[in-house]
Design a protein around this ligand. Structure first.
Ligand code: ZN
Ligand code: FE
Length: 269
């Protein structure tokens, strides 16, 4: 008698699915079932599911922008899976609305997330934090980037600074799965505002080498971001000094004013 080829679930893994110019769509799977985070495009996700023999069981969204949600209709045509997403970000396809404090048992996978509200890039933006004692994952959409943060399209600097503060409080070894490969351009700005940061110089070397061979710089970790990301370090004396020297901040200003000045400087850098 031959054995039936029933696939057995394995340890959870995260597949990086590049899309558009610089987006990363994330496919979390156990070798059998898969959940996708922020499918801005449906085709590359269908392709990755086919190539890896996976069945989609859930869609998770962080915010309403098209490069994070555009593939949802195509995926739902193939299978009517639940769509988890922010309660207050105006996404019509969401079947399971979420906000801070909510917990998600991801259908089909041995995976639980808790939800954080992280307004700033959009007003309803949420982030997903894996609930597991040993393995720490963060899916943060366009809030925290490698060495940077999202643009303030809807929220205030105070909101974004508070949102980033929540993410910075996660365990140091948390893997940061952000939605764009912006790291090298963010690092150029980071070096300009904090040129003597040794950890930053080491990150520039490592990430430049990665991109030189077309490897993703994502995920990074919360520890790396805390050591190098100016948008988590805006209260550091060296960064405040750079803002003052550039004529973008008055000496003695409030921290949130420094954060706002830093974000505005990056916008024109
Ligand atoms: Zn966005
Ligand atoms: Fe985006």
């Amino acid at each position: 008698m031959t054995q039936s080829p029933t696939p057995t679930p394995t340890k959870l893994a995260v597949l990086t699915v590049p899309a558009f110019k610089d987006n990363y769509l994330w496919l979390i799977h156990d070798g059998v079932h898969a959940a996708v985070v922020d499918p801005g495009d449906g085709e590359p996700i269908l392709e990755a599911l086919r190539a890896n023999g996976l069945t989609l069981t859930a869609i998770l969204l962080t915010h309403h922008h098209a490069d994070h949600t555009g593939g949802v209709p195509l995926l739902l045509e193939q299978a009517a899976v639940p769509v988890f997403g922010p309660r207050n970000d105006g996404i019509k396809t969401v079947t399971h609305p979420l906000s801070e404090g909510d917990r998600v048992q991801v259908p089909g996978l041995d995976l639980r997330f808790s939800v954080l509200d992280v307004p700033g890039h959009t007003l309803g933006h949420i982030a997903y934090v894996r609930e597991d004692d040993d393995v720490h994952w963060l899916f943060c959409g366009d809030t925290l980037f490698g060495a940077g943060c999202g643009r303030l399209f809807e929220g205030t600097p105070a909101q974004m600074a508070a949102s980033l503060g929540k993410l910075a409080a996660l365990p140091d070894d948390t893997l940061v799965y952000c939605a764009h490969e912006y790291t090298l351009s963010n690092l150029r700005f980071a070096e300009a505002v904090e040129p003597d940061n040794r950890a930053l110089q080491m990150r520039v070397a490592a990430d430049s080498q990665a991109r030189g061979t077309h490897l993703p710089t994502v995920p990074s970790t919360i520890a790396i971001e805390k050591a190098t990301n100016p948008f988590l370090r805006y209260q550091e004396a060296a960064i405040v000094d750079s803002l003052v020297a550039a004529g973008r901040l008055a000496r003695g200003a409030e921290p949130v004013t420094a954060f706002a000045a830093l974000r505005e400087w990056k916008n024109v850098f």
